[in-house]
Design a binder for this molecule. Structure first.
Ligand code: GLU
Length: 324
């Protein structure tokens, strides 16, 4: 945590007093905390994977941890408050936070910095097969988990509800369960449908589809077309068929990208070492989750980012010839 970060070497140096002053510089131990999401999502794997590589660094003494958090919006707020140093956030949330739009209206976070883009995240609507839901409009009058406050799906679902002219009263129940709880709630028939903005395949949708007969619902009507046209950070996407039990066909929807961010308070060296740990070991990183399979480094550092690149990341990318 950056506000509480301390350098072990400097600390012991202070204790030992002047004797240390003439000692040659030693690698200073730094602590970083990366905000992720729920444990059955993909952000958690991104954070754990990054930390695994950072903790192996030989040239820098960085101790990295990546706890589970409420998701994108919670991660932005955590970086802003200094509780987190870096985090994974949806590209729409990155854009809105940096520019002060949407749920961040009037509160532009100008110190926010992009590091790289990761995997694609389609808005995923999963409904019980017995709920009578085949289209987005069928959600009216149903029990829908619109996502916990702080999550990216809650933020994106609010964009969809606005485009539809819906409020929470449109549903017979608008629950705010956490990602970890929603699959069980669907299986227990406490909700008819759940929403998750997430990479595929993931543990949450896997858990739901194996415990209850459930279907991925397409999101491809006019309201969705309007959203994709209006906002540069949304694009059409497809959840491939055959990833989940009972869902053999491709499903059309729209989505965002997961992105890795930090802010100007995080030092250039720490960010440089973090991206170096990942991209110097990129094959190893890609093997850590199937959602990382098609990642291409140059694309990851040039597309889908709305905040400026952090200087430490830009330094490494320039060295690689990926940016000018
Ligand atoms: N997109 C979700 C969010 O921002 C998290 C997805 C995940 O944990 O993989 O809250």
């Amino acid at each position: 945590m950056k506000r509480h970060a301390f350098s072990a070497a400097a600390f012991s140096g202070a204790l030992l007093g002047a004797a240390m002053i003439s000692t040659p510089a030693v690698a200073q131990e730094q602590f970083i905390t990366i905000g992720t999401g729920g444990q059955t999502g993909v952000y958690y794997v991104v954070g754990q994977s990054v930390c695994r590589l950072v903790n192996r660094l030989e040239d820098a003494d960085i101790k990295c941890n990546a706890p589970s958090t409420g998701g994108s919006v919670a991660n932005i707020n955590g970086i802003k408050s200094g509780e987190l140093d870096m985090g994974v956030v949806q590209s729409d949330v990155q854009y809105q936070a940096y520019n002060g739009t949407g749920n961040f209206e009037g509160d532009a976070y100008e110190e926010l910095r992009a590091v790289f883009r990761v995997h694609g995240e389609p808005l995923t609507l999963l409904a019980r097969a017995d709920a009578g839901i085949e289209t987005l409009d069928d959600l009216e009058g149903k029990r829908v988990n619109i996502g916990n406050p702080g999550s990216g799906q809650r933020n994106t679902m609010e964009v969809v509800m606005d485009a539809k002219g819906w409020t929470e009263d449109t549903f017979s129940l608008a629950s705010q369960l956490d990602r970890a709880e929603q699959a069980a709630a669907l299986a227990d028939n406490n909700i008819d449908a759940m929403v998750y903005v997430v990479g595929h395949p993931n543990g949450s949708i896997q858990e739901a589809t194996t415990t209850v007969d459930s279907r991925l619902i397409p999101l491809n009507d006019e309201a969705i077309d309007g959203i994709v046209e209006e906002y540069p950070y949304y694009s059409k996407s497809v959840i491939p068929g055959g990833l989940y039990k009972g869902n053999p066909d491709d499903v059309e929807t729209f989505g965002v990208a997961a992105t890795f961010v930090t802010d100007t308070d995080t030092s250039e060296e720490v960010v440089y070492q973090t991206v170096k740990a990942i991209f110097d070991n990129f094959d190893r990183f890609k093997r850590l989750h199937p959602a990382f399979e098609n990642l291409d480094p140059q694309e990851m550092v040039t597309a889908g980012l709305s905040a400026p690149l952090h200087e430490g990341a830009a330094r490494y990318y320039r060295e690689q010839g990926w940016i000018e």
